[in-house]
Design a protein around this ligand. Structure first.
Ligand SMILES: NC(=O)C1=CN([C@@H]2O[C@H](COP(=O)(O)OP(=O)(O)OC[C@H]3O[C@@H](n4cnc5c(N)ncnc54)[C@H](OP(=O)(O)O)[C@@H]3O)[C@@H](O)[C@H]2O)C=CC1
Ligand SMILES: N[C@@H](CC=O)C(=O)O
Length: 567
């Protein structure tokens, strides 16, 4: 079954060869006279057709012909005498592909392709695959067990594996393991394989899937490699981190964009990192042979102001950083326009509610034509945690306000400076972000925000000093709490957007215990969307701060890019 072995029975193959002149014909003739197993051939310049009879495998013939620089496609095969063994065609379409800008006059090439399968004799099946519009590099290609493509690759089952063996290569792996197709920098790729294990009549009615990643042919150093190399239709894709930076140092991988060793990344970054330089960092990423995403995990305005540059350099952007989306309104519009122009994603699900699907839900409500009546919620994990701990109607030993703020900081809920939570600015930013998505021309200056940082602590130069002195105000917060409690109420810090009555605010309120916001736990956020379709509000609730859930939100944005990315 090796690709250069001659077939047992002579057969006829027709190739489309892009020949433009007599010298092309001469080159083809030269090649064909040297390939073993060719009994007879005819070359037709006008029809750009070459017909070959013999036992030479088409994979070998087409490889040799392509070495002349001409485009070669296997057009069809058949036996010379006697009955035909059977043939089938599989058309590749991208299940998840959506052009980023449907109005673009020059939309990206839609991923598509074709696999022709011909049973060239009783034993050998020839599969000839051509694809276009796929990201450059190697992609695994498999015949799948099922032909159900109703849910794209995920409904096609596993690799076709009638011999019940481990995942591997064409020789010994699943019968459906065809190896990898190589796609060039223009998005074109082809592959010709011959297999004595595949029979056309066995695979008709099944399906084929081309994966985003390279197939490791079962040679990976993990258990999954023996099953599907982590690239089956349902597997979570793997991303490579090839560049890393903080405000002082950066690490870039080598010219082959191999993943960085992250086992002790903090030390490696500190000890081996080069001085931080955003421009070399972005240049390096922009030259990646596969689609690259820059993840801005800072709260830096400086980084947020560089998004147009990232997008121009054809990088997708994913971020939990609220600055770009809640700052200057013109800049906000500009970055989305640039993203559309460059056909890059600019995703920021975790800017509101960390990993909770808040922005997605709001976008979906609006895109499907719903009318937003009111959005209100507890948008700060920090303030939720603080007031859930500090203000409840149950009795029992309570911690002081300043102690609770310290725990919120230790748990990673707070902004780098907790005053950015307590002053309401972080909630205000989230309210602005949601308001803008809902179509309001909203900005931070026009939003009434209640700042609960005691006045004399606002100008302190460092967050450390602020934390040291916050206890001086424990009695002030305790008084607020007792007043609420005496009315059977609890303190909660909420944000409200009411487009119908043009009201918006961010404030500390007292709510009765029956209110859904009163019974929150931990650092949970709660966001309630009242819409025309949802007069009883659609409510999203769950942890709204902390490393794990924020990383989940970022990861889900990455998956969205992965799912749509063939460019
Ligand atoms: N924590 C949470 O629960 C959530 C956070 N977010 C958002 O996520 C972002 C990060 O928050 P968090 O991880 O808590 O913050 P941290 O302060 O813990 O981390 C910020 C990181 O950004 C780096 N950084 C700052 N400026 C630059 C720069 N100019 N270039 C490169 N790196 C820089 C810092 O590096 P260095 O140490 O060198 O300064 C640090 O590593 C913020 O925008 C926040 O609002 C969103 C949802 C939830
Ligand atoms: N500090 C923020 C983190 C997320 O944006 C919060 O407490 O919610």
């Amino acid at each position: 079954m090796a690709t250069t072995r001659l077939a047992n029975t002579p057969f006829k193959t027709e190739y489309a060869v892009k020949m433009t002149c007599d010298s092309c014909v001469e080159s083809v003739r030269n090649v064909l006279t040297k390939v073993p197993g060719i009994n007879h051939f005819e070359i037709d310049l006008q029809e750009q057709r070459v017909v070959i009879e013999g036992t030479a495998p088409p994979s070998l013939v087409s490889r040799r012909l392509k070495e002349t620089g001409m485009t070669v496609i296997v057009r069809g095969q058949g036996v010379i005498r006697g009955s035909h063994g059977g043939a089938a065609v599989c058309i590749f379409e991208s299940f998840t592909y959506t052009p980023l800008n449907k109005d673009d006059p020059a939309p990206q090439v839609k991923p598509q392709g074709l696999a022709r399968m011909v049973q060239i004799d009783d034993n050998n099946c020839l599969i000839d695959v051509t694809v276009q519009g796929i990201s450059p590099g190697y992609h695994g290609i498999h015949i799948q067990e099922l032909g159900d493509i109703s849910a794209g690759p995920s409904s096609t089952g596993g690799h076709y594996n009638p011999e019940n063996v481990e995942h591997g290569d064409l020789e010994k792996g699943h019968v459906g393991d065809l190896g990898n197709i190589f796609v060039d920098e223009n998005g074109w790729g082809d592959l010709v394989v011959e297999s004595s294990r595949i029979k056309v009549w066995d695979v008709i009615g099944r399906s084929m899937v081309i994966t985003h990643g390279k197939d490791d042919a079962g040679k990976g150093d993990n258990e999954q490699s023996k099953i599907d190399a982590h690239i089956s239709a349902n597997a979570t894709p793997k991303f490579s981190i090839v560049a890393l930076k903080n405000s002082s140092k950066q690490l870039l991988s080598t010219s082959d964009y191999a993943p960085l060793d992250l086992s002790d990344w903090k030390t490696t970054l500190q000890t081996h990192g080069a001085p931080s330089d955003l421009s070399t960092f972005v240049d390096y990423l922009s030259k990646s042979p596969t689609p690259a995403v820059i993840i801005d995990n800072t709260s830096s305005q400086e980084i947020a102001s560089q998004y147009p540059l990232f997008l121009k350099k054809r990088l997708h952007v994913v971020t939990p950083n609220k600055k770009a989306f809640s700052g200057d309104f013109d800049y906000y519009k500009k970055i989305f326009e640039e993203a559309a122009r460059q056909k890059r994603w600019l995703l920021h699900e975790s800017t509101v509610g960390a990993g909770l699907p808040v922005i997605n839900t709001l976008n979906d409500l609006i895109r499907t034509g719903d009318k937003i009546v009111k959005i209100e919620g507890i948008f700060s994990g920090t303030l939720s945690y603080i007031f859930n701990e500090f203000s409840s109607l149950s009795d029992g030993a309570k911690k002081k306000f300043s102690e609770i703020v310290r725990v919120a900081q230790e748990n990673g809920y707070t902004e780098p400076d907790p005053r950015d939570d307590l002053n309401g600015l972080d909630v205000a930013r989230k309210v602005v972000i949601l308001g803008r998505i809902a179509g309001l021309d909203l900005d931070l200056d026009s939003l009434p925000v209640e700042n609960i940082v005691p006045e004399s602590l606002r100008a302190l130069p460092s967050s450390t000093e602020f934390m040291e002195r916050l206890s001086e105000f424990d009695h002030h917060f305790e008084n607020l709490n007792q007043t609420a409690k005496s009315n059977d109420q609890v303190l909660r810090y909420i944000g409200v957007i009411d487009p119908v009555h043009n009201e918006k605010s961010v404030k500390l309120v007292s709510l009765p215990s029956s209110h859904p916001f009163a019974s929150l736990k931990g650092s949970d956020n709660i966001i309630s969307f009242t819409t025309q379709r949802f007069p009883n509000p659609l409510i999203i609730q769950g942890a709204g701060a902390g490393a794990a859930v924020t990383a989940f939100g970022i990861f889900s944005d990455l998956l969205k890019i992965y799912d749509s990315s063939d460019s």
